[in-house]
Design a protein around this ligand. Sequence first.
Ligand SMILES: [Mg+2]
Length: 285
Amino acid sequence: MGETTRVQAPAEAVAEFLPVLAHRPAGLFSDFDGTLSPLAASPEQAIMHPRARGALVRLLAQVDEVGIITGRAALTAEAMVGIDGIDYVGNHGLEWRRHGQHVEHPESVASAGDVSATMTEIKQRVAGTVADDGLLFEDKRLSGSIHYREAKHPERVRDPLFAVASEVANAHGLVITEGRKIVEIRPKLVVNKGTALQRLIKERGLRGVLFFGDDVTDLDGFRMLHDMRREGLQALTVGVASPEAPSEIYQLSDIVLGSVDDLADALERLADALETTPAGTNPHG
Ligand SMILES: [Mg+2]
């Protein structure tokens, strides 16, 4: 498979990151689960990779903007990452937190009741069926997640769960999206990790951007950066390989790293390099 041959070593990746970040102001943004944190059996068991966390703290002093763009609630992401001064974009772009200031997308606030009702109805509809296997319902208010990572037979759960979830979500005027052993219920809005990145780039006037991700919803971000490159933005999309990664991760990543460990390693090396040669003075810039 071409996928494995394309995986790059962290040091090689960093050599490509540096010239992009030399375009100031520069931003470094990342997904959380499966990217900065190894996937755990249940979402509350996930822990941020300690070396990735240490590196992000250092990078905050070197890169103009640092942020987490996640499907989790922004408050949850903030609690799990625990770094002050970075952006926490939660619920796939529906809510934003920075320095404790919280902003929510008004239309998504209006559909929060529908998200809750949809989750309850899906739970009732799948009870006792083949899809009722280790499901974990996570109501994040502005969107909802149903995890089936802990199912005994996750491969049997996916199709029937997806069918029920789409029908119920549709009836409530919501849409569903899919990720690694997860079905998500979201408002019918063109708000995603791509629009979140676009907003960050435009509002802050960013000229060089890195974005890291591992899953389907990160692809919206990858596509947006590819589009914005045509308008002159310097950007790289960086995928984290895994046996569960959708094939588009390999197609739409400029750089593929082999694991969460390798990404943590790359971030540490990037911090080392920037502390030695600050981004604005990079000779490649
Ligand atoms: Mg992820």
